[in-house]
Design a binder for this molecule. Structure first.
Ligand SMILES: [Zn+2]
Length: 259
């Protein structure tokens, strides 16, 4: 686990969720190697800059030396892995390659002051999914719910955890409009919503998420942040200039490039 030993290139970590193979076996131990010039080229490649999901898949596929007891690792496991595990590995990749310290900047919501914080990526809390759990399904009770054509209101929402495949699929929409991208992502992850039949859910696609009230959408955000496994990126901050206490999410969009 230690990243202090100099001269080491490979490091072992335990995934917060774990990769479930075709036979249902869960693999949680991962050996990662430091990024090299090869990954620097991937980071600079325009093809990947257009699709953040594919970029992460490519980086992790390259740098995972071993995943559990699997003999070979194609892109498959990295694509079907949950975003929680992928983000965890991405943070570790940054940490073993450049060190765990990260200068992060947050904007104070009260006075607009730029708040600079030296974060330690290895100190971020990680919520691990207990062994034998239902693989991180998230249940959210909506307040306003979704009203179908017959006027019936559906409030019990069940989501599965987003995966690399979801990230790759919605990356183009995400680039255009983060809110539209999020609708596309979440609609892919709906397991059920009240008694709405599965074919109807599929037919509705992202529209179902865009028709929810903003307060329900906030409930979903909270459910995903609080209940979901993975690295907790929500930071509690205090503005040094006006004293306002606020919380903000650690921005991971460009952190790999910063040495
Ligand atoms: Zn302030």
């Amino acid at each position: 686990m230690s990243t202090e030993t100099t001269g080491r290139r490979e490091f072992e970590f335990t995934l917060p969720v774990g990769y479930t193979d075709d036979e249902g076996i869960v693999h949680r131990e991962v050996v990662l190697r430091k990024m090299t010039g090869r990954e620097e080229a991937i980071l600079a490649d325009r093809k990947y800059q257009r699709n953040g999901g594919k970029l992460v898949t490519e980086l992790l596929h390259n740098c995972i030396v071993r995943l559990g007891a699997l003999t070979a690792n194609g892109r498959g496991p990295v694509t079907t892995m949950t975003s929680a595990d992928r983000n965890f590995l991405l943070l570790k990749l940054r940490s073993i390659t450049f060190g765990s310290e990260l200068e992060a900047a947050y904007a104070c919501p009260a006075c607009g002051e730029r708040v600079q914080v030296a974060e330690d990526l290895d100190e971020l809390p990680v919520h691990e999914l207990p062994d034998g759990d239902d693989r991180g399904e998230i249940a959210i009770e909506l307040e306003d719910g979704w009203v179908d054509r017959e006027g019936q209101t559906h409030t019990a929402l069940r989501l599965r955890l987003p995966t690399g495949a979801d990230e790759e699929a919605v990356a183009p929409q995400m680039r255009e409009n983060a809110s539209v991208g999020k609708n596309a992502l979440l609609s892919r992850c709906i397991i059920s919503l009240g008694d709405v039949p599965a074919h109807r859910l599929e037919g509705m696609g992202p529209r179902i998420m865009s028709e929810l009230t903003m307060s329900d959408r906030r409930l979903i955000d909270r459910g995903l942040n609080d209940g979901a496994p993975g690295v907790d990126l929500v930071r509690a901050l205090e503005c040094p200039s006006c004293g306002k206490q606020f919380s903000a999410s650690l921005d991971m969009s460009n952190f790999l490039a910063m040495a």
